[in-house]
Design a protein around this ligand. Sequence first.
Ligand code: LLP
Length: 426
Amino acid sequence: MPSSRGPLPPHLLPLTASFDPSGRLSVGGVDLCELAVEHGTPLFVYDELHLRKRCREAVAAFGEGASYASKAFLCKAMASLVAEEGMGIDVATGGELHVALAGGADPGRIVLHGNNKSTDELSTALEAGVGRIVVDSHDELDRLEDLVAGGARVPQVLLRVTPGVEAHTHVYVQTGQDDSKFGFTLSTGAAATAADRATASRAVDLVGVHAHIGSNVFALSSFALAVEALAGFVGPLGLPELSLGGGLGVAYVEGEETPSITEWGGVLRRACAAAGITARLAVEPGRSIVAGAAVTLYTVGTVKEVAGVRTFLAVDGGMSDNPRPVLYGSGYETFLPRAADAARPFAAHVVGKHCESGDLIVRDAALPADVAVGDVLATPVTGAYGHSMASNYNKVPRPAVVFVADGEARLVVRRETLDDLLRLDL
Ligand code: LLP
């Protein structure tokens, strides 16, 4: 059950959210109900100022070492906003690299990740002149050596290390423990062997170490533990850079509180100083930049009361635009933009339109009692890993994305059409 039946806690809304006297919600000076009429639903609405402020906070905390993890949400407009705000960008595949470059990212500020980079991906990255490649395996080093032997330029690389730290988060998004597909294990000596190889190799210029312990981590102590675990390895290597990845958690539901990017920066710096690490600190926040910036708008299509059991309220999207509840059991809040400050005494499962019972957007959602078919219903804090993990399951076209600022809405990704669903068929 939700923790409260009161109004939606305002801290879960984007920064520029404002109510008119009747409780209608605007973001970026744009009325959300009107946006739903103009662009249809489901619709991802991003508060552009919120995005910019989070980027600025990251740059203030980490300077040049701040890169945005584009897997959380990427389109050309986002890549260009990130570049305008002075952040680098982390890409984890050739696809993300392609979109980041198309959005105007400076190749020198791109960090390429991936535990299984293909020769093609590596070769494209080398040609584009990406700033850093985070090397994840010996097979990748083999590929880089072949490419450089064939005339490609020598890249600056970081070595991804698994520090042996279990972050307090969902097991699917833990990455710092020894039992992980990512990186070279510290405890087994694999990291030291890889560092020896990379140092000796003429095909790579080893400039640092990288570790990412997991995602949606609320306990800053987990990051400090990772720094402690890495100190004995990083110190003797004497390399100029240390990237501690992303992973800062965000509040999704009432009652959750999370440290700010600034506080995260302070903890990381103090942990590095305490461990005697002098390398330049880098990070790759994704979720903490974009999650709270967006709300998803849906339209209520059916309200089905199963007598003595519960009410199911079905909207026009579902697991195809937000697979997080079904993947990780993630919780969300709901509200009605026409009455965003209203009490929410009514409990219902908000479900999608897909053909499975797991297609749940919010379990036991709290809603105003007068919610009805045709209402625009919103879920806040949906800016991270929603649009980026969206699918065409049941051949549902993916939603559009708008950026709102200063009373204007800018369509940055158009809604897929039914013809888009056929564009790959031969
Ligand atoms: N750096 C690396 C190497 C990563 O693997 C990730 C996330 C990040 C940075 C950014 O982490 P963030 O700041 O966003 O936590 N789909 C999952 C999250 C997967 C995260 C994967 N890696 C979810 O919806 O919760």
